[in-house]
Design a protein around this ligand. Structure first.
Ligand code: ADP
Length: 767
């Protein structure tokens, strides 16, 4: 046995997967390999020097000597393992792993030879002249050698084809010449020409002086594993391309469906407007709404596909105004929160610069989805969009975004699920909430794309907060920074009042739905809460049950008028020892005409419609002196826009051409300078509200119920006044006032004129 053989065997012991122990005659552990360390879950230095009696009985150990049984069962507290044991009569050196001392006597060597024959891997060793000196049985078998001893004295060219030989020599030279340990994949052409792949580990062997004297290699056949890996890769590729094909198919079909669907929606709208029969009209309306719903679902799916297909490179970075971006969203959602009586607040840290660089559209989309959900899943309370400054680093600024609501909340166990594609906690068959379960999936994808992670903090029944942090680049150009964040003129952003003082509560009474929504929006903008009533009867009921701080009422209400309501309220307050709350009247006529009567009824003041943001601020700052809110802007009262009730001459009654059909500016002003709200209101008015009132007005005229005609004219006028529908306003006003004046001669032509003006207004505005 040469030193090289000894070294090779000793190294094999160390590299072998099977556990091997070297014992003294007294069963003291002298050496062990990693396999033993693993099963005993202990380090070599802790085990060496201890006695094996702690792991097995004396009986068993005796048997190990007497029967030369080379395997022993070690028992630990939790398990038992079979281990190879070698008893040596010579103490091995355990000092340097690089220069192991000969530790194997002849008996031991024979035993180790037996182990090598059992190792199910190709083990081989060679000297520095690239001459093989030994190998395992399985290697000999692979090379078709009669015995493993037949390898001794052979070189690569004796055993392999030319190409393989060159390959092995190249890799082995780095072990033998430079002492580098290798782990690599190597090809092997079997005797029958089949190419096999081996994973080889090769280490240098040293003599006592630390000189390289040879190399030991262990190679394992991984041909099957490689084939499986390749098959898996192919299967993955096929699955991905099938998925892509499916996605592309959905995207294509989505686009294809969208075009005809838009046609269906458009035609349903035209059909609805051209029908006189209410039943058919409703049916056309259903077709229209169902089409819209389908279209919105299609758009969500297409968006999601787009979000899923986006790669980093598709981020569209640009400088943009974060304040404007948030403002646009608020303007868009304000009509919905107003209609649902929800507070909508925005809090932006003043430290945040106005202009930032990122993908504006994606950020807007994220916030829009979160805001939309917050509104959808909240019945009462408020929604808050918060943007916090977290810090700055060179050209980068870190912000935290949060969208919170006081809605239904999400149970803990669903916090992860809600971000999954198509997940909805209230499925469509329950019909409670609309949605396709895609919004949050898009949000998550976009947030990740922008380098953030979205978090959800929510408790069932209390509300939810969706939060994420993003880095923004800040533009170098200093002039792009505003010293103080600019707030968009059209919609003042009010920072949340953190003092927790209760917000003042207003009661709004208005029979025209359009005028009411505008009023609600204006009041909400001042930061007040409100309750609404369509008539005085409803309002009186609310007053009995709720402590409100301010009442704003239309004067010309159906049933109990605003003036009667005011007297009744004062009377009720007196009888019930309640403090008087301010009552403000809004009249569609000249303020002077109604003033005395209003004040006499107990009102605090009366103003001419339409209300606008200046007027509401003035009312709130004047009559809610204790309110925690400062007025946004103190401005003089708007002048009445309808001083004249009837023109001085009869012929002027029919000269309506001199009035514009639509005074857009006035309408937008009435809607608190909120153009989006104005457009929404106008659309609602001409496509839903007026057509219904118009039908009723025509019906009332046919039945000669002129009182009702006059009331409906007043109602239509009310909405028109708010939205700058000047000609419609005068046409209705003349009908109303003429009837009230007691004259009858021109009533019919005035009625016909009003019908024509109303119809023309609706048609022109729609196109
Ligand atoms: P959907 O279009 O159905 O709203 P999303 O992906 O936006 O789809 O939301 C998935 C589900 O997560 C919703 O159906 C709802 O159950 C829940 N969810 C999302 N946002 C909120 C929220 N603000 N409050 C309560 N539940 C929410």
């Amino acid at each position: 046995m040469t030193i090289l053989d000894e070294q090779a065997l000793s190294t094999i012991i160390q590299m072998a997967q099977d556990p091997i122990l070297i014992l003294s005659e007294e069963f003291m552990v002298l050496d062990l390999n990693q396999g033993v360390e693993k099963i005993l879950n202990n380090e070599k230095k802790q085990i060496v020097g201890t006695y094996l009696t702690q792991f097995c009985s004396a009986e068993e150990l005796k048997q190990l000597v007497s029967t030369q049984l080379k395997q022993i069962t070690l028992k630990t507290a939790s398990n038992s393992f079979i281990c190879h044991a070698v008893i040596t009569h010579k103490a091995p050196s355990l000092s340097s792993p690089k220069v192991p001392q000969p530790l194997i006597n002849t008996t031991t060597f024979q035993y180790l030879e037996a182990i090598i024959s059992q190792i199910p891997a190709s083990v081989y060793w060679m000297n520095t002249n690239y001459i093989y000196l030994g190998c395992s049985d399985s290697m000999a078998k692979l090379l078709k050698l009669a015995s493993r001893h037949d390898i001794v004295g052979r070189t690569y060219t004796d055993l392999y084809d030319q190409k393989s030989a060159a390959f092995y020599k190249k890799s082995d030279s780095s072990v033998l010449e430079h002492g580098i340990s290798l782990s690599l994949e190597e090809p092997l052409y079997r005797y029958d020409g089949v190419k096999l792949i081996y994973l080889s580990k090769k280490v240098p062997l040293y003599d006592e002086l630390g000189n390289i004297i040879g190399m030991l290699g262990i190679s394992t056949d991984i041909t099957e594993r490689k084939k499986m890996e390749k098959d898996l890769k192919l299967a993955k590729k096929a699955a991905e391309s099938a998925d892509r094909a499916k996605t592309e198919f959905i995207a294509n079909i989505g686009h294809d469906i969208r075009t005809p669907l838009t046609g269906v929606i458009g035609m349903a709208e035209i059909l609805k407007n051209s029908l006189d029969n209410m039943e058919l009209k409703t049916e056309a309306h259903i077709i229209h709404d169902s089409g819209e719903e389908l279209l919105s679902m299609l758009n969500s799916i297409l968006d999601d596909i787009k979000a899923g297909n986006i790669h980093d490179g598709e981020l569209h970075l640009e400088p943009f105004d974060l304040y404007e971006c948030v403002n646009d969203l608020i303007k868009l959602e304000r009509p919905t929160t107003t209609a649902k009586h929800l507070g909508l607040f925005v809090e932006i840290d003043e430290k945040i610069p106005q202009i930032l660089i990122s993908d504006r559209r994606k950020i807007q989309r994220i916030l829009l989805n979160l805001l939309g959900n917050a509104i959808k899943f909240t019945k009462s309370g408020h929604i808050t969009v918060k943007i916090k400054y977290l810090g700055q680093n060179n050209d980068f600024i870190k912000l935290q975004f949060g969208v919170s609501d006081t809605g239904i909340g999400i149970p803990q166990e669903l916090h992860h699920k809600v971000f999954e594609r198509f997940y909805r906690s209230s499925p469509s068959y329950k019909g409670v909430y609309k949605g396709h379960g895609l919004g949050l999936h898009i949000v998550k994808t976009y947030v990740q794309l922008l380098g953030g992670q979205i978090a959800l903090i929510s408790k069932e029944g209390t509300g939810s907060t969706f939060q994420f942090e993003l880095q923004f680049k800040t533009p170098k150009d200093a002039c792009l920074f505003a010293s103080k964040p600019k707030q968009a003129k059209s919609l003042p952003i009010r920072h949340l009042d953190c003092s927790n003082s209760p917000l003042p509560l207003c009661l709004l009474i208005e029979d025209s739905p359009t005028a009411l929504i505008v009023l609600q929006s204006l009041v909400a903008q001042t930061g007040c809460k409100y309750l609404s009533a369509k008539n005085a009867e409803e309002a009186l009921q609310i007053l009995k049950n709720t402590q409100v701080d301010l009442i704003i009422t239309d004067i010309g209400l159906p049933g109990i008028s605003g003036i009667e309501f005011s007297s009744l309220t004062r009377q009720w307050e007196k009888e019930n020892h309640k403090t008087k709350r301010p009552i403000i009247g809004l009249t569609g006529h000249a303020r002077e005409a109604a003033y005395n009567e209003c004040i006499a009824s107990g009102m605090d003041n009366v103003y001419t419609k339409p209300a606008n943001v200046d007027l509401i601020n003035t009312i709130i700052s004047t009559y809610l002196s204790n309110a925690s809110l400062a007025p946004i802007n103190q401005a003089p009262l708007p002048l009445s826009i309808c001083k004249t009730e009837l023109p001085p001459t009869e012929s002027e009654l029919f000269q309506l051409e001199r009035f514009v059909l639509l005074d857009r500016e006035e309408g937008i002003k009435s809607c608190g300078d909120n153009e989006v709200l104005f457009e929404e209101m106008l659309h609602l008015m001409v496509s839903q509200e007026i057509p219904v009132d118009l039908e009723q007005m025509k019906l009332a005229f046919a039945k000669q119920d002129f009182e009702t005609v006059e009331k409906l004219a007043h109602k239509i006028k009310g909405g028109g006044v708010y939205l700058g529908l000047v000609r419609l306003k005068y046409a209705c006003q003349y009908v109303e006032r003429y009837w009230k004046s007691g004259e009858r001669a021109l009533f019919e032509p005035l009625f016909n004129q009003a019908i024509e003006v109303i119809e023309t207004t609706c048609q022109e505005i729609k196109f």
